[in-house]
Every structure is written in structure tokens, then in C-alpha cells.
Design a protein around this ligand. Structure first.
Ligand SMILES: CC(=O)[C@@H](O)[C@H](O)COP(=O)(O)O
Ligand SMILES: NCC(=O)COP(=O)(O)O
Length: 247
């Protein structure tokens, strides 16, 4: 695989399992270290406002224990900005968050919140953090991300994965085409392009094949598949599929 396609493993749902029983295990850091050993290029963790999975102590442990970069996913709130500036992770991905949602439902509305997000992102960039906006493929959102000074966008692949799971293949292919166009447009504006959400063995190939995409962040499926295969084999197989798609 060209070095330019990285795999970030999201460990949020290791914490989901831990929190379901209020136990001390399984430990997200242990999973992250296994992912690192299995060849993950980075670790992603989303500290939700409601702390439903990752908690503050997990972020402390990941920052202290990881060798690979941490991509810290967070909402654009003053609380999260303070935590990010306290830790200075390699990257921050700014995501939309609704307390009632089961998972991140769509991309961030950067175009509708340019002035606030501009001020929000500036101190993070000044602290040396690579800032990424988790958005859909709408050109207006891509342009707004560049305008506010983000260096990276992460394209939300959730709809593409949902359409695949529902067997709506024509709509899936239409969404895939829009993701391809979005990736090309973002790269033409000088943005680094990442992608993720809901990716699985079945859906990763066409996204990995988009040449402007430099990083995939994958979590829920890998943690689920680890129940059957183990974490290392699940990550190894995902990387093989990425490599095969990249050519
Ligand atoms: C933004 C994003 O895609 C990740 O945070 C991932 O979905 C895991 O978090 P949730 O399942 O809580 O949305
Ligand atoms: N930003 C996407 C991510 O980190 C992983 O999402 P998922 O694979 O857990 O849906």
C-alpha cells in the first residue's frame, strides 16, 4: 500500500463495552496498543460531551501511552477546546454532536457557522494541532473548512455504508461518486482528505481507492469483528483490503 493511505483505529466502542457493566475492562488503551502493534498508523478517540464511551481518563492514558498519533474527536465547545489545548494531541477532528443520537448522524455545518468555527479553530492550529472538520461532501462545507483554516477534512462515509447495508446499490453508487468529487475538490483547495464512519470489510475498498484520501478512521466494525477474529487479525485484514483497493 502506498504510504500515503493511513489507518486510524477508533477505540471508542471498547469503552462502550466497559461502560455497559461499569467494569474496569476492556481498557481502550490496551486495545489501542494492540492496534498499534497490528500496524495502525494512528488511534482515534471521541470524547463525547456526555462521556457515553471514552472518558477524560482514557484520553489522559492514550496521550501518555501511545507511540502513534492520537486523533482526538470532539465537538466545538469551550470545554473540549480547553481539554484539547491541555493535551495538544497530534490532531483534532471537530464533529457535530447531538446528545440523543445513537451515532454521529451527519457532517458538521461549517458553512453555517464560519465566524464561530474560525475563532474556535485558531488557537488549536496555533498550538500545533492538525485540525480536521468532519463534514459531508457538499462543496460549500469543503470551501468553508478551507476558509476557517482547517488543514484537513474527514468525509463522513456513513450514508454510503448505510445505503450499502440496505441494498440500495444505485443510491450507494451515487453517494460514492459524490464522495469522490468531494475528495478531489478538497484536495484542489489544498486540504488533506480523510474519510470514515461505518466502514467495514465490505465497504472499505471503494473509499480506499479514492486517490486523494490519505487516512481512513475505522472503529465500530473493527471492534465488533474483534469478537470473532481478534483485534490484530481484524486490523490486519482491513489493511490488506485497503492495500488491494489502493493498487
Ligand atoms: C465522529 C465519528 O464518526 C466517530 O466518533 C465514531 O462514529 C464513533 O463515535 P460514535 O459511535 O459515538 O458516533
Ligand atoms: N471518524 C470516524 C471514526 O472515527 C470511526 O467511525 P466508526 O468506524 O466507529 O463508525
Amino acid at each position: 500500500m502506498p504510504k500515503s493511505l493511513r489507518l486510524g483505529v477508533n477505540v471508542d466502542h471498547v469503552a462502550t463495552i466497559r461502560n455497559a457493566r461499569g467494569s474496569a475492562y476492556p481498557d481502550p488503551l490496551r486495545a489501542a496498543l494492540m492496534a498499534e502493534a497490528a500496524g495502525a498508523n494512528g488511534i482515534t478517540a471521541h470524547l463525547r460531551e456526555d462521556r457515553r464511551h471514552i472518558r477524560d481518563a482514557d484520553i489522559d492514558a492514550l496521550m501518555a501511552g501511545l507511540k502513534v498519533p492520537l486523533n482526538f474527536e470532539m465537538a466545538a465547545t469551550p470545554e473540549m477546546q480547553k481539554i484539547a489545548l491541555g493535551h495538544r494531541p497530534h490532531a483534532c477532528c471537530i464533529v457535530p454532536e447531538k446528545r440523543e443520537e445513537v451515532t454521529t448522524e451527519g457532517g458538521l455545518d461549517v458553512a453555517g457557522d464560519v465566524a464561530r468555527l474560525n475563532d474556535f479553530v485558531a488557537p488549536l492550529v496555533a498550538a500545533g494541532i492538525r485540525v480536521s472538520m468532519f463534514i459531508g461532501h457538499d462543496p460549500a462545507q469543503i470551501e468553508a473548512s478551507a476558509q476557517i483554516g482547517a488543514q484537513v477534512i474527514e468525509l463522513h462515509t456513513g450514508l454510503y455504508c448505510d445505503l450499502h447495508a440496505e441494498g440500495k446499490f444505485a443510491e450507494r453508487d451515487h453517494e460514492l461518486e459524490a464522495l469522490r468529487a468531494g475528495a478531489a475538490y478538497a484536495a484542489s483547495l489544498g486540504l488533506e482528505v480523510h474519510a470514515g464512519h461505518g466502514l467495514s470489510f465490505d465497504t472499505v475498498g471503494p473509499i480506499a481507492a479514492i486517490k486523494q484520501v490519505r487516512e481512513l478512521n475505522i472503529g465500530h466494525f473493527l471492534i465488533a469483528e474483534a469478537v470473532f477474529l481478534g483485534l490484530d487479525p481484524a486490523i490486519t485484514h482491513m489493511r490488506r483490503l485497503m492495500e488491494a483497493a489502493r493498487g
